[in-house]
Design a protein around this ligand. Structure first.
Ligand code: NDP
Ligand code: HSE
Length: 441
């Protein structure tokens, strides 16, 4: 049988990795897919650039459209990134009756609902395993492996660059910008790295995970998003002293009143496995009602780790080329007409515990005022540390750092308490908060 012809859009980190994995493991992949897979066409911006893969046997072009429109190409693999052009090319490929594989989380999170509807109309597949957690087959695990469960919550380290930065800051005391530059050099970061450090990339991935976990449409704009740029070396150290690690987590949780979707730095007890996931590695904890908690771990970014997921999707598509479109695994795990419009909760309604960092005048009664305000809102305290003033300047001479760990409370109540605390004369500047999750139930 003729090999299946693949058209690649993009020959960068992931595109190059995909060509390499398909070529190195060609025999194994053919045995799995039942047919050979050949990258016959590819497009990139600059055809003179040195590539990480051998492109001799590939017909190259600078025109994405020429690949998407080529009648020989059966599967279009979109690895250019970005939104506008990627969406245009993917919709065009679908209109041409071609199957699509993509690693583009921004594309799926923002336009997935429209893309999947178009694909369903045309009877083609759009596969996106590489869009979440790099090489970890988390989409397949949640969509297929856990199909018997009612998923209760999931929490994951789903941005490799952010985790790499936090790990290097903790282990080596490295500076944020230096580690980010290294992540860019290694090909982990997005072309706009603010997507990584501001939590946008993790929010894209969380919107996708929440959709397939709970059977809801993709709703990226409703994800509460906070990045890692406010985390200081000091916070990392204080967290350690309290027995916690700071990780950037995406959390999606079903509650009695709706679904929480939030991305933010989080203190996690250091004994939890996920607290020990370091560097570019990702991990996703998924709690199903039948199976209980399950943990998925692996490389969250990088050429071949991501290619592993892209190639698995290509193999999946090849295996189903002759199958009845009505009987394929639904794109978002649940049948398209069975998605539910359950409410997405605002952050005010979310219940969690907190790490608070306050700068306070070092005088009697301040701590009593702070704890009274918390108590009035029903917020109980788990631990308090007071750091003596640093004797480096007259101002700092009188300013102590107070760290408070609280028990769980509704965020709306915590916001009110923080406003009152910040209004105290003895409190300097804004309170710093990091949410705390125990991930044990
Ligand atoms: P790169 O920037 O390394 O590669 C992008 C490729 O697309 C380049 O080859 C570039 O060409 C080509 N390209 C971009 N625009 C055009 C255009 N207008 N016409 C033709 N070619 C174009 O990105 P990555 O490989 O890192 O990422 C690709 C996708 O995979 C993104 O959606 C990203 O979010 C996702 N992803 C990335 C991971 C990673 O670890 N890097 C992990 C998981 C997902 P040229 O090389 O000539 O400039
Ligand atoms: N920039 C992303 C990350 C790539 O660092 O996780 C993988 O999606």
């Amino acid at each position: 049988m003729e090999p299946v012809k693949v058209g690649l859009l993009g020959l960068g980190t992931v595109g190059g990795g995909t060509v390499n994995v398909l070529s190195r493991n060609a025999q194994e992949i053919t045995r799995r897919a039942g047919r050979g897979i050949q990258v016959s066409h590819a497009a990139a911006r600059d055809l003179n650039k040195v590539r990480i893969c051998n492109t001799e046997a590939i017909q190259l072009s600078t025109s994405l459209q020429s690949v998407v429109d080529n009648p020989d190409v059966q599967i279009v693999v979109e690895l250019i990134g970005g939104e506008k052009l990627a969406r245009e090319m993917v919709m065009r490929a679908i209109a041409n009756g071609k199957h699509v594989v993509t690693a583009n989380k921004a594309l799926i999170a923002n336009y997935g609902n429209e893309i999947f509807a178009a694909a369903q109309n045309k009877g083609v597949m759009v596969a996106f395993e590489a869009a979440v957690a790099g090489g970890i087959p988390i989409i397949k695990a949640v969509r297929e492996g856990l199909a018997g469960n009612r998923i209760e919550w999931l929490a994951g380290i789903i941005n490799g660059t952010g985790n790499y930065i936090l790990t290097e800051m903790r282990d080596k005391g490295s500076h944020f910008n230096d580690v980010l530059a290294e992540a860019q050099r290694l090909g982990y970061a997005e072309s706009d790295p603010s997507f990584d450090v501001d939590g946008i990339d993790a929010a894209h991935k969380l919107a996708i995970l929440a959709a397939i976990a709970f059977g809801i449409p993709l709703q990226f704009k409703k994800v509460y998003t906070e990045g890692i740029t406010n985390i200081s070396q000091q916070d990392v150290e204080y967290a350690e002293q309290l027995g916690y690690r700071i990780k950037h987590l995406g959390i999606a949780q079903r509650t009695g009143t709706g679904v929480e979707m939030r991305v933010h730095p989080t203190l996690i007890p250091e004994r939890r496995l996920i607290a020990n996931v370091d560097g570019v590695m990702n991990a996703v904890l998924v709690k199903g009602d039948a199976v209980g908690p399950t943990l998925y771990y692996g490389a969250g970014a990088g050429a071949e780790a991501t290619a592993s997921a892209v190639v698995a999707d290509i193999v999946d598509v090849v295996r189903t080329l002759t199958s009845d479109p009505e009987n394929r695994v639904p794109h978002l795990a649940f049948q398209a007409d069975a998605l539910s419009d359950v409410a997405i909760l605002s952050m005010d309604q979310v219940k969690t515990a907190y790490y608070l960092k306050l700068q306070a005048e070092d005088k009697p009664g301040v701590l009593a005022d702070v704890t009274r305000i918390l108590a009035e809102r029903g917020i109980s305290i788990e631990a308090i540390i007071q750091k003596e003033p640093k004797k480096t300047s007259p101002e700092q001479d009188r300013t102590a750092t107070i760290i408070i760990l609280t028990h769980r409370v509704i965020e709306g109540s915590m916001n009110q308490a923080i406003t009152q605390i910040e209004a105290l004369d003895a409190i300097k500047g804004a309170a710093m908060r990091i949410r705390v999750e125990h991930l044990s139930k």
